[in-house]
Design a protein around this ligand. Structure first.
Ligand code: SF4
Ligand code: SF4
Length: 270
């Protein structure tokens, strides 16, 4: 089975799924077409994710999820321009952004599940760790970090606000699957963990609880704010002000003359 067949099965879901169009917003399209990248299951960077400075010892490698794993396929679903535009104002998140965080995650999981099903139908093995019963989040650390996996696969680099900046920007959601099908790894077209972030600081100014500084993001301050948002918008929650109306929202931002010191996120990364 080829990567284009897996990617095609995944990309087909947001073209027709009922959740892909926001009824409360006149049928607004939620996602643009997804980006796809591949990492080898034995890429040594996966071992580095177990470091405390990365995700932590509870993070599982591809072969801990599936002993026969040969490849990891990572997907970035960019939010549409309309959804990004809806969240440009300061203060509370837009309805469309909240929808993207909750219904958008359900849609993404359905799309990745379609990729898993296509592989199984072709005789291969596949799972999506985020939808697996073994998936855990403890103290805000998961045992399968989609952002870190996407970095390893070549989809993009981390930002000051700790989102992942891809060729289609940072406003979007990530998913992945692990399979025993051998696929060619995507080149990592970057040499540093934060290479795509220009350190322009635009996200700092937009963050409601001022959780972002020149040294990175205060995860507790961000999470505390999201908890407060959830009290008012439950079951939905979200924010995303650091991913909208900023130079990295929909693409890799232009480089600036100087850059702040890079904060290490996990060892062993190029
Ligand atoms: S807004 Fe600027 S500093 Fe913030 S993550 Fe994007 S590129 Fe980096
Ligand atoms: S999601 Fe909101 S609270 Fe969290 S860092 Fe981004 S702007 Fe700040």
């Amino acid at each position: 089975m080829e990567l284009r067949e897996i990617a095609g099965a995944v990309a087909a879901v947001p073209e027709c799924h009922p959740l892909a169009f926001i009824a409360e917003a006149g049928g607004m399209r939620l996602y643009d077409p997804p980006l796809t990248a591949v990492a080898r299951a034995d890429d040594p960077l996966f071992g580095g994710l177990k470091d405390e400075a990365a995700v932590g010892p509870a993070h599982l490698g591809p072969r801990e999820w599936m002993a026969e794993a040969k490849s990891v396929v990572s997907f970035f679903f960019p939010f549409s321009e309309e959804v990004r535009r809806s969240n440009r104002g300061l203060g509370d998140p837009s309805f469309e952004w909240l929808y993207g965080r909750i219904e958008g995650e359900s849609l993404l999981r359905a799309a990745v599940a379609a990729g898993v099903a296509a592989i199984r139908a072709a005789g291969g093995r596949a799972i999506s760790p985020a939808s697996d019963p073994r998936f855990r989040v403890v103290d805000r650390r998961s045992n399968w970090s989609e952002r870190h996996v996407a970095y390893v696969a070549g989809l993009g680099t981390f930002s000051l606000s700790r989102s992942l900046i891809t060729e289609a920007g940072s406003a979007g959601r990530l998913g992945s699957l692990v399979t025993d099908i051998p696929l060619e790894a995507t080149p990592r077209p970057y040499a540093g963990l934060e290479e795509y972030c220009s350190k322009c600081g635009a996200c700092m100014a937009r963050c409601p609880p001022k959780a972002i500084s020149a040294l990175g993001k205060d995860n507790a301050a961000c999470s505390g704010y999201l908890d407060e948002v959830k009290l008012r918008f439950a079951p939905r929650y979200g924010c995303g002000k650091c991913q909208t109306a900023v130079p990295c929202a929909a693409g890799i931002p232009p480089r600036l003359g100087t850059a702040a010191p890079s904060v290490p996120i996990f060892p062993g990364a190029p």
